[in-house]
Design a protein around this ligand. Sequence first.
Ligand SMILES: *Cc1c(COP(=O)(O)O)cnc(C)c1O
Length: 404
Amino acid sequence: MTDRPGDTDKFETMAVTHAEQPSHDDRAGDVTMPIHLASTFEVGGIDPDISLEDLNPDENQYLYSRLSNPTRHALEKRLAALEGGDYGMAFASGTSAIVATITASVSPGDHVVAFDDLYGGTKTMLKELFRERLDVAVDFVDARDTDSVSDAVRDDTALIWMETPTNPLLRLCDIEAIASIAESVDATLGVDNTFLSPYFQRPLELGADVVVHSTTKYLNGHSDSIGGAAVTSDEELANEIGFLQQVGMGNMLAPFDAFLTLRGLKTLPLRMRQHETNAAEIAAYLDEREGVSTVYYPGLESHPQYDLATRQMDGGGGVVSFELDGGLADVERFVGELDHFALAVSLGGVESLIEHPASMTHSPLTPEEREEIGISDSLLRISVGVEHPRDLLADLESAFEVLD
Ligand SMILES: *Cc1c(COP(=O)(O)O)cnc(C)c1O
């Protein structure tokens, strides 16, 4: 694989071409990475001196696609470059990237400190898999307050697990400050960067040890692939995560999804800029609109952590949540009136979506648990797409007028 001079290229350039060029001797000269569906690759001959670890995908040496595959390898290199890391690994889902990364970082008997406002699946994984079955102690803290993290860490803390902004209330934590807490107890800091993508936030630059993604969301960006990724510059950690991806769990991304995600990444900067422009307009509109009691968007000056947002993020992202001034019946009517916002979970695609956390993403929680986090029955979350903002605003306005 001949690298374009990716290390010195700008983000927009890497997003389009980094690691794209195949360099098979027999290549047709494709300007895009083909989908290599082969499960196995012909080797040159029997060589007792070559072991598995010696195979170098950068030199087109492949053996078996679970271990490494040219299309996946190109994606892994690009993801690493965009996050500013040395090693990238692509997984079958965000969930599988997270379970491999946490497993690589902890052993039975270790302690984990995690944000109490994590993605639901991750929180359940930490409780029911790591705590209940694998004897890992897990403390959940409100990491908006950095002191609550420093108070919770112990000598045996092996991992601090963060997400910022969180879902659906867009709460932030200070990655740089938490990285120094992690360093003080020699723990790994993992950050789920799904909500902003590396275009708006690069946790490794802020001191995190490893970044994970659900590529299902902004990185692929077209709501047509489930995938995940882990990126780190720590060689030892990369070896552990790679072992789990390829051998311990075998939960790598398939070539077709790697192709889709490589293709999606080409327009990541363009999409993120439009997501943000549209989200900022919608947030400002909701902030003024009668019938809305609260708006949650880190790009709004009224966000309680706006200072931190401007320090650690290059943009507010594309997710906006808000509280309707009304009950469940009003929420149902409002959502039913919308034409440009499909009622669906997930986020980060080019099309706008709306979801009702209490009955959809956060319905596995009890009403008491939801109340504790701050998820009411009148909360709605919008994943703002890249359509023309005037159409989106007109659609929202007509739904509000039905309630007025
Ligand atoms: C969707 C999501 C996940 C889970 O990813 P899957 O691809 O659905 O497995 C993890 N973290 C965050 C923040 C997410 O939004």
